[in-house]
Design a protein. Structure first.
Length: 215
């Protein structure tokens, strides 16, 4: 039985953020595995434990971390679009961030009224700033969406069951929250990654003979 509205749940900014970073939002995220398809092919990711470890590294010291720093800089009004493109370590990573960013800008236009393409984390940060969405909220939601997309790719390819996918996201909650908190206080001097295997997997995926995903 409905007992009335729960405090805070009617916030239009929260609803907007959930819509923008929903798997159903038309940015084409389902088409990208972020190099995970190659990591699975190489047996580096083969079960829930190895998937959690891989994603934890991406979030704390890899592309997930850099995306969060760039998103925060964009939210603060810094012009980091060219820098974000330069941070893409391979052709497919560049395609992934630029095409998703372009799609996000187009899809978010009913709210933002803007149409300037930018890499994905930059576009999300800029739109959130202009809509008055708190930085910690957008970083948490962005990193959750980043993780969820990779988990769904792994569920299809390892294969993992949906329960393993959900359990992976549960295990990543403290990592996502900590990364979002650190990124909210970051500067561009904090950019940097140490996930070499992920970068190599992304480059090898470009020439993989048979594949399901675009990256």
């Amino acid at each position: 039985m409905c007992m009335g509205r729960t405090a805070g749940m009617a916030d239009p900014q929260l609803l907007r953020l959930l819509t923008w970073l929903s798997p159903a939002f038309p940015v084409g995220a389902f088409a990208y595995s972020h190099g995970v398809e190659r990591a699975i092919h190489d047996n580096t990711i083969r079960d829930r434990a190895t998937l959690v470890a891989w994603l934890s590294d991406l979030l704390t010291q890899g592309s997930g971390w850099n995306d969060a720093v760039l998103c925060a800089a964009s939210w603060r009004g810094e012009d980091v679009a060219e820098l974000a493109e330069a941070m893409a370590g391979s052709r497919e990573r560049h395609m992934e961030t630029t095409l998703q960013g372009e799609a996000f800008v187009q899809a978010a236009e009913p709210w933002t009224g803007e149409g300037r393409p930018a890499p994905y984390p930059v576009a999300v940060g800029h739109a959130a700033r202009n809509q008055g969405i708190a930085l910690d909220a957008v970083l948490t939601a962005y990193l959750h969406a980043f993780s969820s997309n990779i988990v769904q790719a792994a569920v299809r390819l390892v294969p993992l069951g949906q329960r393993d996918g959900v359990a992976t996201l549960a295990a990543l909650e403290p990592v996502i929250l900590d990364t979002a908190a650190r990124a909210s206080q970051s500067t561009l001097d904090d950019l940097g990654a140490a996930t070499v295997l992920s970068d190599i997997a992304a480059m090898r995926h470009e020439t993989q003979y048979s594949r399901v995903f675009r990256s």
